[in-house]
Structure formats: structure tokens, C-alpha cells
Design a protein around this ligand. Sequence first.
Ligand code: AMP
Ligand code: GLY
Length: 425
Amino acid sequence: MNVLLIGSGGREHALALALSRSPDLTRLFTAPGNPGIAGLAACVTLDVTDSAAVIAFCRNERIGFVVVGPEAPLVAGLVDDLEAAGIAAFGPSKAAAQLEGSKGFTKDLCARYSIPTAAYARFCDKDAALAYLERQGAPIVVKADGLAAGKGVTVAMTLAEARDAIEACFAGQFGAAGAEVVIEAYLDGEEASFFALSDGVNALPLASAQDHKRAFDGDQGPNTGGMGAYSPAPVMTEAMTKRVMAEIIRPTVAGMARDGHPFKGVLFAGLMITAKGPELIEYNVRFGDPETQVMMLRLQSDLLALLRASRDGRLAGLAAEWSDDAALTVVMAAKGYPGDYRKGSEICGLDAAARLPGVTLFHAGTKADGGRILSNGGRVINVTALGENVAEAQARAYAAVDAINWPDGFCRRDIGWRAVARGKA
Ligand code: AMP
Ligand code: GLY
């Protein structure tokens, strides 16, 4: 079967690697792809906001299955358009993608189906939001309702910070995403990401990971798309995984079906493991970046078969197999990210780094220039390694980071610190 993978990040490079191992794959295409993915797939230029163009391409190339990586085309309804044209696609419909597209939608679903999440209120009016804030006190969390690339959230330890965040949202700092604001209670605990596939009725647990959202060591600095991750997350024990499936994932799948928009695709639950148990922070309706980079190195099952089973409603009775090894990825980003940064600086030493034991490099924001690789985005290279435990994966990944010569880049030096500290305890 020919497959089209949509996206261009490290996540898509990792998905391409896993898809390329499927015995059912004939040809893999990717739009737009990147220089790393180009080693595994034919990169094509397609405007993914133009569904008719994507459909025409699929017909021409006899694409049997489309895998959509990023959230924007899902929220825009690309899967609905493909399916309406008779082209099978992995991922939720536009209606089901509201789980990521609108925080308020998800909070209301949680309330309806008793899914544990922080207490919250929604506001379209600034004065009402400010008044609510004064009643609740700090710490408290202020979120722009819509898609803001992970940057619309302020965890305010003081009322002054919370007030500033509300003013910024209503002043249009996050565009339309900030026209509505969700204010929610602060949850104290350890964060974990958990992934499950759904076929609209059944849910199949995948794996857990822990991301590092802040730009700098010691979880300091601004929030980013993610500066590194490892899998599995030690806090997600077997017992905790069972609780998350029973208390959060299955009620979500059942609730979405009951509400008339069954969810097919991957549910990426951002969790806070509190003293009381797991609480849902948010849902994403796609694979995580950089969580996918670590998960795909551990996945032993056929990814294409699992994604097709999600689309076809055939997940019942299936299971995904994972290596017991740990995987860890370090994101190398352009200096200045998540703020302004330069593009076009050369990255050297990638081949030597990729030959180190246990190491796989995934490209994110790169471009090829003859034989050279240049930076072309904020998050640029994901240096990923497998090891017997997180400490070994970490040592291997940083050995590879040190083999890469990119003066214009930076990375965190402490990815995995929490799991390594736990291992020593
Ligand atoms: P979100 O975009 O909703 O995942 O939020 C971004 C980050 O803000 C999360 O990864 C958490 O670290 C933090 N966060 C969000 N909601 C809460 C909450 N209710 N309590 C504590 N931290 C939160
Ligand atoms: N790493 C977080 C995300 O993919 O949203």
C-alpha cells in the first residue's frame, strides 16, 4: 500500500521510520517532509490547507492511507475531506479534533463524564475573568481557549501574573485563540504524557513519555513546543496506566461517541499525577513532538497496521508491543528559540553522531543545501538514543550531541533528570 504522511517535523521523521518498517508499505510519500525524512520517503510539495489538491495527489499516486502528523490540518477537517473522497486517513474528524482545538470543549466533556481535571471557568469577558480571579486567588492557571502552539498557557504563582495573562489574552496577544479564556485551578504533581489509540469505540494503550517544556536547564525560561523527552515515564507504572485508561481514556472515548462525534486517532493525554491520582491537563489529538521520537524507537509492533486498525474500527483485541529499553531525545534548537532566531546556519558532524551506539537522529527544522545541512526552524535536530535505562539513553544521546558542531544551536543539558534522580533514589 502507498502511504502519504503529512508534516515536516521530528515527529514525522520518527513516524516515517516506523512506517517504513511495515511489511504492508509499498511507497511512502511525505508532504512536505524534511531532509531526514527524504532518506525514507519521497518528499512532495502539497498545500495541505487545500484538500482538493491533497485528494488529487492521492488519486494520482494511488495512496491507500494518509497519516496526518500535525494538529492544524486535523482541526481544519482534512480527514473529513479525505474520507468523503473515499481516501482512508488516520486521525480524528474536525468535530472530534475539538478535543485539542478548544480547551473549553474538553473541559465541558470532562464535566459531563466525570473525567478528573482541574476545576475551571470559561470567560469571553475580561472584567468577569478578572473578578473570578480575585475570588479564586493564586496559584492559578490562565489559558487562551484556542490553538496557540503551546504558548497560550500561564501558570501564575501570583495574582499579578494572572492579571497580566488575562490582559494579554484579551488584548489579542494570541489572536483569535485568546478571545475566550479558561481559568483553572493549579494542579500540583508530576506531569506525564500518555498516548492511546481509539477507533471510535475501543481504546488501546500505547506508551508514556515525559516532555521538558521549558527552554532552559532546571525547567527555567519560557514554554516551548518541547526541548526533550524520554519514554517510558517512570511515574506511569502499570497500576497508574490502568487507572488512566479506566478513569480518563475510556470515558473520553465513550463520551465522544455518545455526543455524536466518535474519536478515531491518537489521544495524547497531558496528565498531572497528583496525590489523589491522575488528572487530565489537556488532550492533543495527534502524536507528540518530541514524544513520538522516543516512542517510535521503542515500538516493536507494525505502526501502519495499528493506525489502519484505528481508522477501520478494528482495535478490539489488538495490543502494541514495546521494547523494555528506555529512549531519550534531546532537542537541538536555534539560539533564541522560542523567540526570534536565525535560519540557515550549517550543522556539522551529523553522520558521526548518528553512528554512535544506540543513537538515531531525527530531523525537524532542517534544509539540505547540496551536501550540507542547514538550520531552517526553531527546533532543528532531535538527538535520540536507546539504552537499558534512562541514564544510559541520556549518556548516549549527550555523547551524540557533543559530536555535533553547530555554534548557532543550543540544547538543554538535563533532559531526563527527573527519571535519573528517581533511578538513584
Ligand atoms: P497545556 O498547554 O494546557 O498543556 O499547558 C502547558 C503547561 O502548563 C502544562 O504542560 C503544565 O506544565 C502547565 N499546566 C497547565 N495546566 C495546569 C494546571 N491546571 N496546573 C498546573 N500546571 C498546569
Ligand atoms: N511535546 C508536546 C506536544 O507535542 O504538544
